[in-house]
Design a protein around this ligand. Structure first.
Ligand SMILES: Nc1ncnc2c1ncn2[C@@H]1O[C@H](COP(=O)(O)OP(=O)(O)OP(=O)(O)O)[C@@H](O)[C@H]1O
Ligand SMILES: N[C@@H](CCO)C(=O)O
Length: 316
């Protein structure tokens, strides 16, 4: 008897909260947008096989997969508690494209840690698991940031607090917003997209950033949709990253023409997201993006709601 953990795609930053805000996504048509990790009793200490649409884009050596690092990190934490890890056979179903801006590595990390935790009857608390997930994400992207792993694990829109013993807090989301998410099919490495950002920002940019994120959180808690949409803007990363994404400005302009509330880069790109309220207009935008923004057969476009479930574990 084994366990299976499904971890959804996520939007890092959500424009207004660079490194500190993230949202989990669920397509409205029931399509699977996330990674799965199954864990079974193993014949040896560790075994990993990789399946799924994007399996061939990952290193062939299982020990170069982030799921292996998840296993090692999990085992080390259990050792600190005096608990022995069981022999495991892990199966990663890699459904999210790598370097996509959809929180692909985060989904593998979260699914792996949660599946291992469930298989061992949850020796790690949620905070311990989340800390491990953040550390593993940092190993890949060069800096510890929770804006993909936290929503992927816990669901909803998550604000990274990281003070007073609290890692993250759930931010209320607008239930009638559609999030049109489009992956153009090309790759942008998170580490490279971070390297092009300035090391320092001007005082006025810092004040604008603080004003906008504070206003977004306030508006989300008070249900002020107009204000939330108005401040859903990115002054830290988008000005520098938009040039890495062919067709970005045209895609945003089309969204606005169709009545979008807001839009921006999903994580470090090249995926984008556009927030819309009218389903027919969202479908029109989806068609436009499929024809004009997607660059090759790897690309796809989904109309999503915020996924409030986060990672879901089932017995298999
Ligand atoms: N299971 C895995 N899923 C994704 N990437 C993995 C995995 N295992 C190892 N990697 C490696 O980690 C790196 C991930 O790169 P990067 O952080 O740019 O992508 P990402 O996390 O998929 O991006 P994004 O968060 O924008 O979707 C790649 O070099 C990839 O080969
Ligand atoms: N906050 C991270 C997310 C990466 O998906 C970044 O923008 O670099």
């Amino acid at each position: 008897m084994g366990v299976s953990a499904f971890a959804p795609a996520s939007i890092g930053n959500v424009s207004v909260g660079f490194d500190i805000l993230g949202a989990a996504l669920k397509p409205i048509d029931g399509q699977i947008l996330g990674d799965n990790v199954d864990v079974y009793p193993g014949d040896s200490e560790f075994d990993l096989s990789i399946e799924g649409w994007f399996a061939s884009k990952l290193p062939a050596d299982p020990k170069k997969n982030i799921c292996y690092d998840a296993y090692v990190g999990f085992k080390d934490l259990l050792a600190e508690k005096g608990i022995a890890v069981k022999p495991v056979k892990m199966v990663l179903k890699k459904n999210l494209p790598i370097g996509s801006g959809l929180g692909s590595s985060a989904a593998s990390i979260v699914a792996a840690v949660e599946a291992l935790n469930a298989f061992h009857d949850y020796p790690l608390s949620k905070d311990e698991a989340l800390m491990l997930m953040g550390r593993l994400e940092g190993k890949i992207s060069g800096s510890v940031h929770f804006d993909n792993v936290a929503p992927c694990y816990l669901g909803g829109i998550q604000l990274m607090v990281e003070e007073a013993g609290i890692i993250t807090e759930t931010v209320p989301s607008f239930a009638d917003w559609y999030w049109v998410s489009c992956y153009p099919g090309i790759t942008v490495s998170t580490a490279a997209a971070r390297a092009i950002l300035p090391k320092e920002y001007s005082r006025s940019t810092c004040i604008t950033f603080g004003r906008q994120i504070a206003s977004f959180i306030q508006a989300s808690h008070t249900g002020n949709e107009k204000l939330a949409a108005a401040v859903l803007k990115d002054v830290l990363a988008e000005p520098y990253r938009r040039e890495l994404i062919p067709g970005y400005d045209d895609a945003m302009a089309k969204g606005m023409e169709l009545g979008a509330l807001a839009g921006g880069i999903s994580g470090s790109g090249p995926s984008i997201f556009v927030v819309m309220k009218d389903l027919a207009k969202a479908e029109e935008l989806q068609e436009y993006l499929k024809k004009n923004f997607i660059q090759n057969d790897d690309g796809f476009c989904n109309i999503c709601r915020i996924d409030t479930d986060g990672t879901v574990v089932t017995s298999i």
